[in-house]
Write a protein that binds this ligand. Structure first.
Ligand code: HDE
Length: 713
C-alpha cells in the first residue's frame, strides 16, 4: 500500500468509528463473501442461476417455461432497476465527511449548535452534479455544478442545496420550469446533451435579462472546473440565522476550497468529455482514497435585519451577490470529505435534498426563489423515490424520528402504538416547546397587498453583471469572450444570436463588439449604458489561491521508454509522493519498461501504468521526461509521445525535463515561438521558460540526498 493510501486509511480509521451516520448506514450493509450462498429475494437457496427451465430433449433447446419462478424473479427485478433520474442535476458524485466549526464566533448570529459548538463533529454527505445533462452525460461539460450538502445533526437533517457560482438565472421560482425547459435538450429532437449551446437556451436568456449576471458566470471558467475539490460552493439563496436573544440576521453560505479554485481550459474540457467522461467522479474518489481529503472552509456573510434596505440591490434577489467589501466573509468552520460511497445507487442516487430542511437557529427569508424551492424539492423526491424517501438509509436522520405520519409505499417503520393522531389519550408523540428544542418560526410583521409583482430593486439586471466582468483578470475575460463566441455560434437562429449580442452591450461594449464580430451578431457603435463603477476582487477565482502553492493531489505523468534513467525517476517519484501529488508512469506499452544499461526483458524496470494511446495529457496536470539516451531516442520518434508534450504545453501545464529528456521536449516544442529550451548541458542549473522547466543533469549524490530527505519513514 502506498504511503498516501496508508495515511488516508489512518485518517479515516480515526474518524469513522465515531461517525454516527456511518454507524447508522452499517445497519443496512451486507457483506457478500465467497461463502455467501445465493438465494431468491424470499431467501430460498438457488441451485442454478444460468439456465432457464425449459422442456428439452437434451440435444435441442425446447420452449422456456413461465413457471420458472427463479428466472422470472431475476428478470423482473432487472426490469425494474431504474428509477426516474433527477429532472435536473441528474449526473452527480458524492462522498461522506464531516463538518466542524472553529469556535463559537457564530453564536452572535445563531443558536444552532452545529454552527456554534466547536466540540461537535457533524457527519455530512455532499453530492456534486452537473445541471443540464442526463445521468450518463460527461463530467467536464460547460455547466454550473451542484454542491449539495446534507448535515446529519442531532437536531435533525439540515440541507444546503447550493452550486459553484453565487447567483442564479431567475428571481422567481415560477419561472423555473421555463428556464429548465429552455436549457434542457430541445423538445423536437432531444439535442444537445450536456450543453447550453443551442437556440432555446440563448433565446430564453436573451428574453429574460435578469439572467444576464448568471450567464456571465456560466460563460466564465467557473463552469469548467478542474475538479469538484477545486470549486467554491455557494448557498446562493438568502437564509436567516436566529440567535439566543431572538435577533435575526440574513445570511448567505459559502465554501472555499483549501486547494484554491481551478479550472480546465475549454479545449481540455471538450476533449475530456470524450476521453474520460467520468473525470470528475474519478478525481473525487482518487483524492479521498489517496489521503488528499477534499476540504473547504465554511463561511457566512451576515446582514442585520435593520440593514436589509441599505444596498442598491435587494438582498433577497438570488441574481445578486453581496459584495465582500460591503458584507465580509466570516469563516466559521470546515467541511472535509473522508469516505467514498460503498455503493452508488443507495447512497449517491438515493440521497435527496430539500432546501426546506433546516434546524432550529436557521430560518428562511422572503427570497422568492427560495420560497418556491422549499416547495419543489420535497415534491420531486416523492416522484423520484416515493413518499417514504426519508426512511432510506442515506436520508434518515441520526436523531430519533417520531410523528403521526403513516403508511405510504415502502413504509419501513412498525409503530408499536394504538394511536396515530394528535392529541391522543396516551399523550404519545407530543410537539416540543421551543425552549426544549422545537422548531419555531421567527415572528415577522408582514403587511402587503396580494399581488403578482416584481419590486423595483428586482428590476435592475446589469450592474452586477458588469461588476463581475470588470473584476476579472484579462485572461478570465478572454475566456468569457471565447465561451460566448462558441455558444452563440452554435445557435443558428439569427433572432437568437442577434438579440444576445445586443444584450451583451448592456454589460460591456468591447465584449459585445468582439463576440458580435465573431458570431455575426449585432455590432454595437457605442456602449448602451454607463459603466457601473464597482468591482470586487473576490469574484476572480484567482483570489482564492492557497497562500502556499501546492501540488497536493495533482496528477503528474512521467513519460518513459526503455533506457530511461532509473535513479533519477526514482528520486523524482519520491519527491512527487512527498508533495502528496500522484505520479503515473506512461510508456510505449503497459507493463515493464527497462532502465538504461539493462537488456530488454532482464534487469531493473518500472511498470508503466498506461501506454501513450490509452491515456492523454488532458488527464494530467504536469508532464516530466527524464534523461536516458535510448529512451529519449524512442520518444523523439514516437508521434503520440511528442503529441503528449505539445498538448500539455498548449494547455499551459508544467512540463519538466532533465538531460536527454530535454531533447524530447525540444523536439515537441521546436515550432513554438518564444520557447527557448536550454538543451543538454553539463551543469545542474535549472532553466524555466513558459512553464517548461529543464535541467542539464541530475547527479546521483543530489538524487540520493533528495530521496533520503523525502522518502516517508
Ligand atoms: Fe434546484 N432542484 N431548483 N436549484 N437544485 C433540484 O431536486 C428547483 C435552484 C440544486 O444533488 C431538484 O432532487 C427549483 C437554485 C442542486 O440531489 C428540483 C428552483 C440552486 C440540485 C429542483 C431551483 C439549485 C437541485 C431536481 C427555483 C442553487 C441537486 C432533483 C426555484 C442554489 C441536488 C431534486 C442533488 C435539484 C428545483 C433553483 C441547486 C426539481 C424549483 C437557485 C444542487 O426539486
Amino acid at each position: 500500500m502506498s504511503s498516501l493510501a496508508a495515511q488516508a486509511k489512518e485518517v479515516m480509521a480515526s474518524l469513522l468509528p465515531d461517525d454516527p451516520k456511518i454507524k447508522d448506514l452499517k445497519r443496512n450493509m451486507v457483506h457478500p463473501t465467497s461463502s455467501s450462498q445465493m438465494t431468491t429475494d424470499h431467501g430460498v437457496k438457488i441451485s442454478d442461476t444460468d439456465h432457464w427451465l425449459t422442456v428439452s430433449n437434451g440435444s435441442n433447446p425446447g420452449p422456456a417455461l413461465l413457471e420458472d419462478q427463479i428466472a422470472r424473479e431475476k428478470i423482473m427485478r432487472f426490469d425494474h432497476e431504474r428509477i426516474p433520474e433527477r429532472v435536473i442535476h441528474a449526473r452527480g458524485a458524492g462522498a461522506h465527511g464531516y463538518f466542524r466549526v472553529f469556535d463559537d464566533r457564530a453564536s452572535k448570529y445563531t443558536f444552532a449548535p452545529t454552527l456554534t459548538d466547536p466540540s461537535r463533529t457533524t457527519p455530512i454527505f455532499i453530492r456534486f452534479s452537473t445541471v443540464q445533462g442526463s445521468k450518463g452525460s460527461a463530467d467536464t461539460v460547460r455547466d454550473v455544478r451542484g454542491f449539495a450538502m446534507k448535515m446529519y445533526t442531532p437536531e435533525g437533517n439540515w440541507d444546503i442545496v447550493g452550486i459553484n457560482v453565487p447567483v442564479f438565472f431567475i428571481q422567481d421560482a415560477i419561472n423555473f420550469p421555463d428556464l429548465v425547459h429552455a436549457m434542457k435538450p430541445e423538445p423536437h429532437n432531444e439535442v444537445p446533451q450536456g450543453q447550453s449551446a443551442h437556440n432555446n437556451f440563448w433565446d430564453y436568456v436573451g428574453l429574460r435579462p435578469e439572467a444576464a449576471h448568471m450567464v456571465m458566470w456560466a460563460m466564465s471558467d467557473r463552469t469548467i472546473p478542474r475538479s469538484f475539490r477545486m470549486m467554491q460552493g455557494f448557498g446562493v439563496n438568502t437564509f436567516t440565522l436566529i440567535n439566543a436573544k431572538g435577533e435575526r440576521h440574513f445570511v448567505k453560505f459559502h465554501y472555499i476550497p483549501e486547494l484554491g479554485v481551478h479550472s480546465l481550459l475549454w479545449d481540455e474540457a471538450l476533449k475530456l468529455a470524450g476521453q474520460d467522461p467520468d473525470f470528475h467522479r474519478k478525481d473525487l474518489e482518487e483524492a479521498i482514497k489517496s489521503g488528499c481529503l477534499p476540504k473547504w472552509t465554511f463561511a457566512i456573510q451576515v446582514i442585520a435585519e435593520k440593514d436589509e434596505h441599505n444596498f442598491d440591490f435587494d438582498i433577497l434577489d438570488a441574481t445578486k451577490v453581496w459584495p465582500q467589501d460591503l458584507v465580509p466573509l466570516i469563516p466559521i468552520g470546515e467541511c472535509v470529505l473522508n469516505k467514498c460511497v460503498d455503493e452508488f445507487f443507495p447512497e449517491t442516487e438515493q440521497v435527496a435534498f430539500c432546501t426546506s430542511h433546516v434546524v432550529p437557529g436557521i430560518g428562511f427569508s422572503n427570497d422568492p426563489l427560495l420560497q418556491g424551492r422549499n416547495f419543489s424539492y420535497f415534491d420531486t423526491q416523492i416522484s423520484r423515490l416515493g413518499v417514504n424517501w426519508e426512511q432510506l438509509p442515506i436520508n434518515r436522520p441520526v436523531c430519533p424520528v417520531f410523528n403521526h405520519h403513516r403508511d405510504g409505499a415502502m413504509q419501513h417503520k412498525i409503530n408499536k402504538s394504538t394511536v396515530n393522531y394528535h392529541p391522543n389519550r396516551e399523550d404519545e408523540v407530543q410537539p416540543v416547546p421551543p425552549h426544549e428544542g422545537g422548531y419555531t418560526e421567527f415572528m415577522e410583521k408582514v403587511i402587503g397587498m396580494k399581488q403578482r409583482v416584481r419590486t423595483p430593486k428586482f428590476q435592475e439586471h446589469y450592474n452586477q453583471a458588469q461588476m463581475f466582468y470588470n473584476s476579472l483578470k484579462p485572461h478570465e475575460k478572454q475566456h468569457i469572450i471565447e465561451a460566448f463566441s462558441f455558444e452563440l455560434s452554435h445557435c443558428d437562429d439569427e433572432r437568437v444570436y442577434k438579440r444576445y449580442t445586443d444584450l451583451l452591450n448592456e454589460i460591456d461594449f468591447d465584449l459585445a463588439k468582439t463576440v458580435a464580430m465573431k458570431v455575426n451578431g449585432t455590432i454595437p457603435d457605442a456602449p448602451s449604458r454607463e459603466k457601473y463603477p464597482k468591482t470586487d476582487e473576490t469574484l476572480s477565482q484567482l483570489y482564492f489561491a492557497p497562500k502556499t502553492p501546492t501540488i497536493a493531489s495533482r496528477r503528474i505523468a512521467i513519460l518513459i521508454a526503455d533506457g530511461f534513467n532509473m535513479v533519477e525517476v526514482t528520486a523524482v517519484r519520491a519527491m512527487i509522493a512527498g508533495a502528496k501529488a500522484t505520479c503515473w508512469i506512461i510508456g510505449p506499452r503497459r507493463g515493464k519498461i527497462y532502465s538504461a544499461g539493462q537488456s530488454i526483458g532482464i534487469g531493473t524496470c518500472l511498470v508503466a501504468d498506461h501506454h501513450f494511446e490509452d491515456q492523454r495529457s488532458t488527464m494530467y496536470d504536469a508532464v516530466y521526461v527524464p534523461s536516458g539516451v535510448e529512451h529519449a531516442k524512442t520518444l523523439k520518434k514516437t508521434g503520440r509521445a511528442i503529441h503528449w508534450i505539445r498538448e500539455a504545453f498548449a494547455h499551459c501545464k508544467a512540463t519538466g525535463a532533465i538531460g536527454e529528456g530535454v531533447e524530447v521536449v525540444k523536439r515537441a516544442l521546436d515550432t513554438v515561438e518564444g520557447v527557448q529550451l536550454a538543451g543538454l548541458r553539463d551543469d545542474h542549473s535549472v532553466v524555466s521558460s513558459y512553464g517548461v522547466v529543464t535541467a542539464g543533469k541530475y547527479d546521483l549524490s543530489s538524487v540520493l540526498t533528495d530521496i533520503i530527505k523525502i522518502a516517508p519513514g
